[in-house]
Design a protein around this ligand. Sequence first.
Ligand code: AMP
Length: 398
Amino acid sequence: MKILVANLGSTSLKWRLFDAAGGSERLLHKGGFERVTDYPRAIDDCLAQLREAGHIRSEADLAAVGFKTVIARGVSGCVALDEAVVRAMEDYSALAPAHNPAYITGVRLFAARMPSVPLVGLFETAFYQWIPEAAQRYAVPESWHAAGIRRWGFHGASHKFVAERSAELLGREDVAERARRLYVDGGASPVRDPALRVISLHLGGSSSITGIRNGVAIGNSLGMSPQSGLPHNNRVGDLDSFAVPYAVRALGLSIDEVERQLCKESGLKGVSGVSNDIRDIDAAAISGNAAAARALDLFVHEARRWIGAYLVELGGLDALVFTAGIGENRAELRSRIAAGLEGFGLKLDAARNDTVRGAEGEISAAGSPVKAWVIPANEELVVAREVQRFLQSGRRPG
Ligand code: AMP
């Protein structure tokens, strides 16, 4: 069964093609286009590449196209992307302006281009369906909560992969199996004592931290929208809600301009004044740019704040895991984020940390009771697995 996983950005189309059968998946092909202005053409070119590489003869060879969809009103989990779900995504486009419009466009184009191929979305909120109610609520009036003003959590596919893989690496096949089967049985598959406690740090253009107990998320630093939590590349992260009306009145900004500045001119870019890319910010900080150094300090501070929160919530820790562009590649930031945690049982190995880059590897010192790992993000694989399950469960769209 061939499953194409499409990753859509506002100006990019990336894909991976998997051959999925009997619970195992083989990556057949991956590719992508940046600076896309003509989406229909990009989709045609993607299919042409898959044909030329001999993986499909026509789109009829695809069992489904899977999407790492972000958020929709009243919808989560792994679902058929029919018109009702696409409209529910539209309802929440304002919460994820960098993501939802791109997915909506892409899904509609795929539907028009290949009407007989099932289109299936694994929502980024899906991993947080079982977080405790206290971690879902904002302290707003009930009518606001009922209107959907609550914490959701995102990067679900990435953190779910970390939940599975970290359990495998720590020799806890029972927990790995619970994590793998999470969307089938809601975390009911049995595990033995003691509980496995993991904090997963997805640090990239967009960043979030998740506490995971026995393969199931207990919370995520992202809230109602992917604009909260840690500072992101150009998006703000956590901000006191009263700062928004204050900025409207005191700075004379329209609400649209406040929104634009918070999601395009803030985050690491806003604080550093240099770039939205950690590589440029790092280089500027090294050459003495104080604003760039401040942006990095803020990023490290916020990451540690969330580690502290989940450390307490989990009642201790077995592994700290770094993933995504920054987590996989920036040893210096990893060591700053994990510094001084010896009292909690975690000691990094400086030499190991310096060598692990863009690949899986342990970065904790020999004998450190708490382990630290780099696990490369593998979100598309999680999507492909769930799409495969979705198709096999008979919940076929149509
Ligand atoms: P992501 O959103 O996961 O692609 O991560 C993007 C961020 O990770 C950017 O701030 C990049 O600076 C950083 N990053 C990605 N790849 C690398 C790399 N190979 N070396 C250093 N930094 C990287």
